[in-house]
Design a protein around this ligand. Sequence first.
Ligand SMILES: Cc1cc2nc3c(=O)[nH]c(=O)nc-3n(C[C@H](O)[C@H](O)[C@H](O)COP(=O)(O)O)c2cc1C
Length: 169
Amino acid sequence: MDLETAIRERRTTKNFTDEPVDPAVVRELVELATWVPNHKMTAPWRFRLVGPEATASLIDIAPADKKGKVVKAQTRVLVSCVVVGDPGRREEDLFSTAAAVQNLLLAATARGIDSFWQTPTIPALPASRFKLGIPDDEQLVAVVHLGFSRDERTVPPRVDVDTVYSELP
Ligand SMILES: Cc1cc2nc3c(=O)[nH]c(=O)nc-3n(C[C@H](O)[C@H](O)[C@H](O)COP(=O)(O)O)c2cc1C
């Protein structure tokens, strides 16, 4: 799949089959994710494949009405950023981490793997962070659910490019 196709075809999927993604493939996707722009090469991103014990802990900690949000796909990667140093570096490292998440999603798309970038609300709870051993200097950026969609993917329309693009003189 060429890059332009992957960019257009990547779709948020929330209804996955029970088929997991091979951890070896996840590792390859993460390696691709690290080929992201990164000022001063700080390598701030951290990727954790969420295993069964960690998943059980998150379900246990989640409020009753949110437990169903923990497992969307059988494979999930928790992405965080080590936020240290001055505000400028912190901001750059967070931007790099968001870009790394997109690399991960596009690399997955290119291999026929569906994805969902979810705000890491439950992993960010203090009890979850403690249980999963997330250091205090890491900011959680995404839970990336990976798998195979059960549904035809709906395509949220994009804005007309002319509403967001202009040319400065
Ligand atoms: C930073 C970020 C956080 C997101 N968090 C959520 C989320 O918690 N729940 C959700 O349903 N979608 C979440 N999304 C996915 C967007 O809703 C989705 O990308 C958007 O609807 C467009 O659909 P598409 O990805 O198929 O183009 C998030 C996307 C980003 C970039």
